[in-house]
Write a protein that binds this ligand. Structure first.
Ligand SMILES: [Zn+2]
Length: 189
């Protein structure tokens, strides 16, 4: 057997890297971004928090308007009270309650459209049922690649866009599934 090189030796001396033949090599680890699964395939489960207690979203908005108005009135009187002012504990308290009130109104307005949003850090999700009741749930699933438990997390860069992702306990970097909350079954009362 001769080891003659039958290839052409001419060229521009650039390095030609052959296109590797990866047939048979199991490298197509799917990170789940393109694959879609149904909630049934993923065995998605809701885990209610606060003992499954729910709130009527209309009450939340009403509470928000009343609390917002009350804190504005409180703030007004605090600022014109001799001895008090912007730096008093009372004005801080009224400003804080005003922010809470605005958040309550905004949250219930957003949820009426989206029905689903994260809250309390990255593990808890606020959901609205068909009749407009609010509940806080944690969501888990079963990893379709390795069968491990997955937790739904609200993750992403600090300032950038964040996603609701199911992260696998065993391989949280590659076994991730983006949740489409509209694919979830309706929340029952
Ligand atoms: Zn997994």
């Amino acid at each position: 057997m001769s080891n003659d090189n039958h290839g052409s030796q001419s060229g521009d001396n650039s390095l030609n890297v052959g296109v590797g033949d990866f047939r048979g090599a199991d490298v197509n680890i799917n990170n789940g971004e393109r694959t879609t699964f149904t909630p049934e395939q993923l065995h998605i489960e809701r885990h209610p928090t606060f003992g499954g207690r729910s709130l009527d979203s209309r009450n939340v908005s009403v509470f928000g308007y009343i609390a917002g108005l009350a804190s504005l009135i409180g703030l007004y009187f605090t600022l014109f009270q001799p001895g008090l002012g912007w730096h008093s504990t009372w004005s801080t308290l009224f400003m804080f309650s005003f922010i809470v009130a605005v958040m309550a109104v905004v949250m219930s307005a957003v949820l009426r459209r989206r029905k689903f949003d994260h809250c309390f850090g990255s593990r808890h999700f606020l959901e609205m049922s068909q009749s407009g009741r609010l509940r806080v749930n944690r969501l888990t699933a079963q990893c379709p690649w390795c069968g491990s438990l997955m937790h739904l997390r609200h993750v992403g860069p600090k300032d950038g866009p964040r996603d609701d992702l199911f992260l696998c306990e065993r391989n949280p970097r590659q076994h991730t599934i983006q949740l489409d909350p509209t694919a979830l079954p309706e929340l029952q009362d």
